[in-house]
Design a protein. Structure first.
Length: 137
């Protein structure tokens, strides 16, 4: 019996695998760029033209990077019996939605998806162990 717990944010995912009484933790980095588009520039002449910031270009690139991040996490879920998803922001919710829409075989394995603030590695391991305590991984 193999159970997986994932604590994830936009920067990285901490994946705890519980199998045969042993635990293993791996970190997968997302490679999602942090972007903060600057505002458009103003012309030197009064009422002159303004440059427009193309937010759609940034958002589209971020969407592709998030999709690639999720693809990196899918192999960890292959032979899991149960999956617990945690995170401080909405990224774990997006991952859960991605599973429900495009990977129903993995979505069935998700036991919980809950908000948890930033945690140390040991706190993540303890939280996952406590959640799957009933199953005796």
């Amino acid at each position: 019996m193999k159970n997986i717990g994932i604590w994830m944010d936009k920067e990285k995912a901490k994946i705890v695998t519980l199998k045969d009484g042993k635990e293993r933790m791996e970190t997968v980095y997302s490679e999602i760029e942090f972007f903060n588009p600057k505002g458009g520039s103003r012309s030197k002449t009064r009422w002159g033209p303004q440059d427009v910031v193309q937010d759609s270009k940034y958002l589209e690139r971020e969407k592709h990077q998030i999709r690639n991040y999720f693809k990196k996490l899918l192999p960890f879920l292959k032979d899991a019996n149960g999956v617990a998803l945690y995170g401080p922001a909405e990224i774990f919710e997006k991952f859960n939605t991605e599973l429900e829409e495009n990977h129903p075989e993995f979505a069935k394995k998700v036991k919980i998806a809950a908000t948890k603030d930033s945690m140390t590695d040991n706190q993540v391991k303890a939280m996952i162990r406590d959640f799957f305590k009933v199953d005796d991984y």
